[in-house]
Design a protein around this ligand. Structure first.
Ligand SMILES: Nc1ncnc2c1ncn2[C@@H]1O[C@H](COP(=O)(O)OP(=O)(O)OP(=O)(O)O)[C@@H](O)[C@H]1O
Ligand SMILES: [Mg+2]
Length: 252
């Protein structure tokens, strides 16, 4: 990791603050996300995790602070701005079109044309290739999204984000509504995204999932960063004590 540490981060936040009326949702939040790394964001309900994801993805405009993409200071006034900067967000409500099939959903907004017509063959072949690359097992790219399970939809949404050229992928609670098999699948996809050189930021309440897959863990508490740890150098006890704000006992 030493060489990666010296590279310019794919995404960096410095002193991000966000208030909703009198509620301070974020206060002076720093964050660093690197290519080829999974950063988990954990914290209690209301700690500011979703607000942080929304500030990065252009849904909320921070009141204060700076966002740097590949070392360049950036301002996002809309989700489209963030997408154009290579930041893709997968929310729990996935914004896929239920009545359209897998491959059309993958290409929404950028349908390939052949003369006047949609180039269906190219679209299907490219969808297949992207799904294969991510090791996604969808039998037929003509399957309507409405026929897929929650987990399969999630995976299509991630694949679409990657196809659209994202280099930083944000996921808010990707495993919250998933079964055991689907959680494993989502984990495989997240790992594939990392291996493809993306920076992956994942909000999760699932401490076992976090310890199994994250390279680093950032703990949020009451809108502030309570700590950042390398997964290999911390314990569940330490992370939980950072989440709850209790002091860690010196005894074993
Ligand atoms: N749109 C909003 N308007 C007003 N207050 C908000 C808004 N969004 C979030 N908040 C407040 O900001 C704080 C942080 O909320 P946020 O949703 O970011 O928490 P979270 O860490 O994602 O929690 P959870 O684990 O429950 O998803 C909370 O006190 C919340 O009530
Ligand atoms: Mg949330």
């Amino acid at each position: 990791m030493e060489t990666a540490d010296r590279l310019v981060p794919a995404l960096e936040l410095r002193g991000i603050s966000k208030k909703f009326g009198r509620v301070t949702a974020l206060e002076g939040v720093d964050l660093t996300a690197r290519s080829g790394e999974i950063l988990a964001i954990v914290g209690d309900n209301g700690a500011g995790k979703s607000t942080l994801i929304k500030a990065i993805s252009g849904i909320y405009r921070p009141d204060d602070g700076e966002i740097l993409v590949d070392g360049q200071s950036s301002t996002f006034t809309s989700p489209a701005d963030a997408r154009a900067a290579g930041i893709a967000t997968v929310f729990q409500d996935l914004a896929l079109v239920e009545c359209l099939d897998v491959s059309t959903n993958m290409f929404i907004g950028q349908l390939p044309k052949k003369g006047w017509f949609v180039d269906r063959k190219r679209m299907d072949a490219e969808s297949r290739r992207f799904l294969d690359e991510l090791k996604v097992t969808v039998a037929d790219v003509h399957t309507q999204i409405g026929m897929l399970s929650g987990g399969q939809r999630q995976i299509i949404a991630i694949a679409r984000a990657v196809r659209a050229g994202a280099r930083t992928v944000l996921l808010d609670e990707p495993t919250a509504a998933l079964g055991v098999r689907e959680t494993k699948h989502a984990a495989d996809i997240i790992t594939a995204l990392r291996e493809a050189g993306n920076a992956v930021i994942v909000v999760s309440h699932d401490i076992e999932f976090v310890f199994a897959f994250a390279d680093r863990i950032q703990v949020m508490r009451l809108g502030r960063v309570a700590g950042v740890r390398k997964t290999a150098e911390t314990t569940r006890e330490e992370i939980i004590s950072l989440i709850t704000g209790t002091k860690q006992e010196a005894t074993a």
